[in-house]
Design a protein around this ligand. Structure first.
Ligand code: F6P
Length: 545
């Protein structure tokens, strides 16, 4: 079974949405609230410990119903079935997309391309668990018989961003092991990190699905050289392990086969933190907590698979993106977690969302004639408020913004938590309501400012309002709730890809730059130059001089 391939703009629902958009596009949010006394309950979902309130968006229940009609017309239900049945939905690479299998309970049968793979998954999980337990307990030792104190994850893209984001998010739950991440091929990154480390107690985890990525291999070679200079070649086995689907390449690099943790081609790089790629997560919070992360994700998968679309969080949020991206023609969305622990979430989501849906060829091989790939960005609140919120409030662009917050903090400091959350709620209210000229004038008059001054100042203090926001309020940041949150975004990516009629699971767009970098590197190193444009030619000449 392949994915349906329906151009969304040819559907009846799309036509109806266009007409509906013409009517609703300028409706003030306040008016929409007035018109429907049950708007909050109509446009919010309570699921497990998540409350998703999307009532402050520029939609009404008709919009929601038409968007759901669109999802059905492009056969999203069939696509979800095909995806979870392990069919090759990554058609351009001939692979299934089954990271969801990694978080399914052991008792669940997992079929990929008709083959049962549950046992293989369990076996690798056990391998990861036993390894982590030995490192954490100190049973496994380095070349001078000392327990490991430091873990260095070497990887890039999906082999870095997921582990970094999650280990930062779960810092509260971390054990004694110190963690470092080396990703950039910038030599200063690797050398800056290495100079702080003790080779006797450092364990390197080289993570590369392909084991062919220039950045990761260069960094691993540099780390190995640093290590061998202090220890010896024969000790490499004790201090370097790999996570890869290319076991042969990892062995060729010099890593012992027993120290290689496999993953499969049906796990995409940017969806791989649930596999052995999550080794640094399991090492830093312990394997049981890693399992909690997986179980949270699995619960979200089940919700996505089974909930009616009008209660289905990834479906509804995916549809909202379509609404803004394709009807309001917005270009970007902001994601603002009100938790410092989630400071890497926007960066992680940039790869997940933009590498997946930044495509312009549809599933029929034709150029799309409509916008795809939403741009996402963000920083934690309240810091973001003091940085770019000015533009969201008073700029000329419409930026749908997502607020993620937690009812309980981890250290339990109520005073801070209340201040944080007061900001969280205040921002969505302010963005929606804005402040009109009349209100501004009244406020200024109360301050005893002259009429002339008020006239001059007032226009600058007006907030138009009607800036759409979605609030995701979760009980507490735990491994489990984090797992659900990440899976929510993953499944939303799928929904959007299906509606846009694109392939979300390949990433051909990153290849061209890689190829050219190889050519240019050999030229920098002395090979005869090829033809370049005038700008590149001059830049290379100046760099080499
Ligand atoms: O940037 C392209 C990409 O292929 C990502 O999709 C992937 O996460 C990253 O490179 C790293 O790849 P690998 O794990 O094979 O080193």
């Amino acid at each position: 079974m392949t994915l349906p391939s329906i151009n969304p703009t040819t559907t009846e629902a799309w036509k109806k949405l266009n007409k509906h958009f013409a009517v609703i596009q300028n409706e003030p949010l306040a008016k929409l609230f007035e018109a429907n006394p049950s708007r909050f309950s109509d446009l919010s979902v309570q699921w497990n410990d998540f409350l998703v309130d999307y009532s402050k968006n520029r939609i009404d229940t008709t919009t929601k119903n038409l968007l759901i009609e669109l999802a059905k017309e492009v056969e999203l239900p069939k696509a979800i079935k095909t995806y979870f049945e392990g069919e090759e939905i990554n058609q351009t690479e001939g692979r299934a997309v089954m990271h969801t299998a990694l978080r399914a309970p052991v008792s669940k049968k997992v079929l990929i391309g008709g083959k049962e793979v549950g046992d293989e998954i369990t076996q690798v999980k056990k391998q990861v668990q036993s390894f982590c337990e030995k490192v954490i307990s100190g049973e496994l030792k380095g070349y001078t018989d000392k327990a490991f104190t430091t873990i260095v994850n070497i990887g890039i893209g999906g082999s870095d961003l997921g582990p970094v984001m999650v280990t930062e998010a779960l810092e509260y739950y971390r054990n004694h092991l110190a963690l470092h991440f080396i990703s950039n091929v910038d030599g200063d990154h690797v050398h800056q990190t290495l100079q702080k480390l003790d080779p006797e107690t450092t364990l390197f985890v080289v993570v590369s699905k392909s084991f062919g990525t220039q950045e990761t291999l260069s960094n691993a070679i540099t780390a190995r050289k640093w290590f061998v200079d202090k220890a010896s070649q024969k000790d490499v086995n004790k201090h370097f392990v790999a996570v890869s689907s290319n076991v042969d390449k990892a062995v060729n690099f010099g890593i012992a086969e027993d120290n290689i943790f496999p993953l499969w081609d049906w796990v995409g790089g940017r969806f791989s933190l649930w596999s052995a790629v999550g080794m640094s997560i399991a090492l830093s919070v312990g394997y049981d907590q890693f399992e909690e992360l997986l179980s949270g994700a699995h619960e979200m998968d089940e919700h996505f698979k089974t909930a009616d679309f009008d209660q289905n969080i990834p479906v509804l949020l995916g549809l909202l993106t379509i609404w803004y991206n394709n009807f309001y023609k917005t270009e970007t969305e902001a994601i603002i977690p009100y938790s410092q622990y989630l400071h890497r979430l926007p960066a992680y989501l940039q790869q997940a969302i933009m590498e997946s849906n930044g495509k312009s060829t549809d599933r029929n091989g034709k150029s799309v004639t409509y916008q795809t790939g939403n741009i996402v960005w963000g920083e934690p609140g309240t810091n973001a408020q003091h940085a770019f919120f000015q533009l969201i409030h008073q700029g000329t662009k419409l930026i749908p913004t997502e607020f993620i917050g937690f009812k309980k903090s981890l250290f339990g400091d109520e005073e801070h938590q209340n201040k944080l959350m007061a900001n969280f709620f205040a921002q969505t209210e302010a963005l929606m309501n804005g402040k009109d000229l009349k209100q501004v004038k009244t406020e200024l008059e109360a301050k005893d400012i002259s009429a002339k001054e008020i006239k001059k100042l007032a226009p600058f203090k007006v907030f138009k309002g009607d800036k759409p926001t979605t609030t995701i309020l979760i009980d507490q940041l735990t491994p489990k709730s984090l797992g659900s949150l990440i899976a929510m975004y993953e499944q939303r990516i799928f929904v959007q890809g299906i509606i846009w009629n694109i392939f979300s699971y390949d990433q051909w767009g990153v290849e061209l730059g890689k190829q050219l970098a190889d050519t240019i590197l050999s030229e920098i190193q002395g090979s005869k130059g090829t033809d370049h444009d005038e700008s590149t030619q001059n830049l290379l000449r100046i760099y080499k001089s």
